[in-house]
Ligand binder design. Structure first.
Ligand code: FSX
Ligand code: SF4
Ligand code: F3S
Length: 382
């Protein structure tokens, strides 16, 4: 308890100092004004701060600090670069049709450069990026969305034909913290899927500074905003797992917190999409769910303002936040155990070495899970 109090006071002091700084832009928005424009009152905001505090694995008594961090978010400059991707990560956050509190906070943050939503274009846009890097030297957060092709003609930007990789290096040099947003930027994702014609790489292979990975195709808006709030509060990086993902978000497997888990344990499986068991909400393992091998908090946070998530909607998890997703996790509607079997007995040829390497790591878990599915089904049928 005493440690919590010390930490509370430390964060509180930091936020007070930040509050004394001027907002990055004179016309910068105030969070309460923006919320009330969207019909969100203080009570909703307090509720949101409580939920976000729990999401960040902080004590419930820290909720006022989370709220304060959101209030001072307009002191934080962010530069967001787009590489090779579908812009799903941006859309997950902005949700322009029905903005959530998370997206409003992102609006309040001083988004100095974001190609999808900024007004500037052409030379002016390039100039804005250079100016933002100079003006906020050492203080801005860099967020990169998308995989980075390393065959240069696949991604060049602007009048001088700078490569995407070079744009990342230039922006990373003076950044205070660097986040790879989405699986493409974190691990290569679908951009780096076999046969990877553009030789796409994750951000961490392009720059030499530490990168915090926020994977998911796309990641939930809370995992993006949560990282920003964490950085505002602590001014430091969160605890990370072996793949540089924040543990507060990627510390549990989908399977551990899945609402269908009781059915898995009882050997109750959907055998085909649309069957009677699907209507009963049984476990999706046999139609390919990769929840047992995937670390993410989708079941807790869900998507679209906490409305639903893949497994609730009736499809298995496709493992979208794991390294080597797409290759390792496909085919999406077959259990991973089947693929291991085919790899072991039929062979895929030397081109597939990357897949196989990923699968060796997964195989012990996969075999255990497959064995459980088989044994529990047999027990149930008896
Ligand atoms: Fe798309 Fe982002 Fe997937 Fe990739 O998301 S949702 S392809 S992770 O980079 O835009
Ligand atoms: Fe849930 Fe998939 Fe695990 Fe079944 S296999 S309990 S659907 S995560
Ligand atoms: Fe992705 Fe699986 Fe969540 S597919 S969105 S990690 S449920």
């Amino acid at each position: 308890m005493r440690d919590n109090k010390k930490l509370f006071d430390k964060i509180s002091k930091r936020l007070d100092l930040l509050a004394k700084l001027p907002a990055c832009k004179e016309d910068k928005k105030d969070i309460y004004e923006e919320l009330s424009k969207k019909g969100i009152d203080r009570r909703d905001f307090v509720k949101w701060a409580g939920m976000m505090t729990a999401t960040l694995a902080l004590p419930a008594s820290f909720a006022p600090l989370t709220a304060k961090a959101a209030e001072v978010a307009n002191r934080l400059p962010v530069i967001w670069l787009h590489m090779a991707e579908c812009t799903g990560c941006s859309e997950s956050l902005l949700r322009t049709e029905d903005p959530s509190i998370d997206s409003i906070i992102f609006d309040v943050i001083n988004l100095e450069y974001h190609e999808t939503i900024m007004a500037a274009a052409g030379y002016q846009a390039e100039q804005n990026l250079e100016n933002a890097i100079k003006k906020h030297q050492g203080n801005y957060i860099l967020m990169v969305e998308g995989g980075i092709p390393t065959i240069e003609y696949y991604l060049t930007i602007g009048a001088h034909g700078k490569t995407g990789a070079q744009a990342c290096r230039d922006a990373a040099e003076n950044a205070a913290a660097i986040f790879a947003i989405g699986t493409c930027s974190s691990f290569g994702g679908v951009q780096a899927a076999y046969p990877n014609p553009t030789a796409a790489e994750p951000l961490s292979k392009i720059i030499t500074k530490p990168v915090i990975n926020v994977p998911g195709c796309p990641p939930s808006e809370k995992n993006i905003v949560g990282n920003v709030l964490y950085f505002i509060m602590f001014g430091a990086l969160p605890a990370l797992d072996a793949f540089n993902r924040p543990k507060w978000a990627y510390g549990n497997r989908i399977h551990d917190l899945c609402e269908r888990r009781g059915h898995f344990d009882a050997g109750e499986f959907v055998q085909h999409f649309g069957d009677e068991n699907a209507q009963k909400g049984f476990c999706l393992y046999k139609v390919g769910c990769k929840g047992p091998y995937t670390f993410n908090n989708c079941s807790k946070l869900r998507f679209n303002s906490h409305t639903s998530w893949p497994i609730q909607a009736g499809h298995g998890c496709i493992g979208c936040s794991e390294p080597n997703f797409w290759d390792t996790m496909s085919p999406f509607e077959e259990p991973l155990g089947n693929k291991l079997y085919h790899t072991a007995f039929n062979g895929f040829g030397a081109d597939k070495t990357a897949d196989t390497a990923g699968m060796v790591i997964l195989s012990a878990t996969a075999i255990g899970i497959a064995a459980h599915a088989l044994i529990s089904s047999v027990a149930k049928n008896k």
